[in-house]
Design a protein. Structure first.
Length: 357
């Protein structure tokens, strides 16, 4: 399937934040704000900040080079998940996930350089000079990826023939399209990737949240039926190219709203299985998934794998959506900073990258 085109669809910045915080792939289950109490994985490498420009906005990132290596080294571009997520993989709802930072450290330990960057609306980049109420083309995130990849290749000591795009969660949808966006075929690491269309994933997450709310007495049966019925009416409208119904439940206001409609319609057009089928033959692909991932179920990953002719898959035991060890009952309030990064990720990445080139 070729990349869906978007006739200048637009989405407001605040709407993007709402989608990420309320219905995105990275739902909050734990956060802190305290200094980490467990050591980070891998090594720090030689890190330095840099910036590049996308649509006139300065985007800030961090380039990390491995130490103790000779000659040109392979390099990875790390792409964040949903919502306004910064270069380290953190969002307001989950400020200590450090998913991208931990991946960068693991990569440095494996002798691989990396570049990670703030998604527009997050971190040091923020909104730049953009008006938070102004409309933008959601394909700006495609342009961020392209500019970041070019910046990665421009760094001294990077081998342009040995590159990999690492996409976490929603970022995997961008990684899967890297060959179209970049005009080349880097290796791919898809970490906690969605395996169904975006609006189907939202529907599943909403359903689970509503059912939990019912069990806890936080929402009545009548309201829950209304919310889920309205959500499915919203999904049907967007997929049919129609305007959203104007009588949707107010509980869906931060999800199925006119402000969100363009972004949701654009990203929902990408079926991960179709994207997997379009990955050029011979592209090395690694799919990483945590067995305690509450956002992406096993069935989604199983479905995604049907699109690949040849891809490696590693299911990480006792790991959650951000690949931290999950030691508590589902729904428990646990601090990300108190849970180690899953140790199985490092050897899986190293083995894959050793064979990728």
């Amino acid at each position: 399937m070729s990349t869906p085109t978007s006739s200048p669809v637009t989405v407001r910045w605040r709407a993007l934040a709402a989608v990420g915080a309320t219905t995105g792939l990275l739902l909050v289950t734990a956060c802190s704000g305290e200094d980490p109490s467990v050591p980070p994985p891998g090594v720090s490498g030689s890190a330095r900040d840099l910036s590049f420009t996308v649509d006139g906005t300065e985007v800030f990132g961090t380039f990390t080079a491995p130490t103790g290596t000779a000659g040109a080294v392979p390099a990875a571009l790390i792409v964040s998940g949903s919502g306004p997520t910064d270069r380290d993989g953190n969002a307001q709802t989950r400020p200590d996930a450090d998913t991208n930072l931990n991946l960068a450290r693991v990569l440095a330990d494996a002798g691989v350089a990396s570049l990670r960057y703030d998604k527009l609306g997050s971190g040091e980049t923020g909104l730049g000079d953009l008006d938070p109420d102004a409309s933008i083309d959601p394909e700006v995130f495609d342009r961020q990826l392209v500019a970041a990849y070019e910046e990665l290749l421009a760094q001294p000591g990077v081998d342009p023939d040995r590159t990999v795009v690492v996409g976490h969660s929603e970022g995997a949808l961008f990684a899967l399209r890297a060959h179209d966006l970049l005009g080349t075929s880097p290796a791919l690491v898809l970490a906690a990737p969605p395996g169904t269309r975006y609006l189907d994933l939202i529907d599943r997450q909403l359903t689970e949240r509503i059912r939990v709310g019912e069990a806890r007495g936080q929402i009545g049966e009548t309201d829950s039926v209304t919310v889920l019925s309205d959500a499915r009416a919203g999904r049907a409208a967007l997929r049919g190219g129609r305007n959203l119904p104007d009588d949707l439940s107010p509980l869906l206001g931060t999800v199925y709203s006119e402000q969100n409609a363009a972004f949701l319609g654009w990203i929902d057009a990408f079926d991960p299985v179709d994207l997997a089928e379009d990955v050029p033959e011979g592209t090395p692909v690694l799919v990483l998934w945590g067995e305690e991932d509450a956002q992406i179920p096993r069935s989604d990953v199983d479905r995604l794998m049907t699109g690949f002719a040849d891809a490696d898959r590693v299911d990480v035991p006792d790991a959650d959506h951000v690949f931290r060890e999950f030691r508590d009952r589902p729904g428990a309030a646990v601090l990300d900073a108190d849970r180690p990064f899953a140790p199985e990720v490092a050897p899986a990445l190293e083995e894959f990258l050793d064979e990728a080139w």
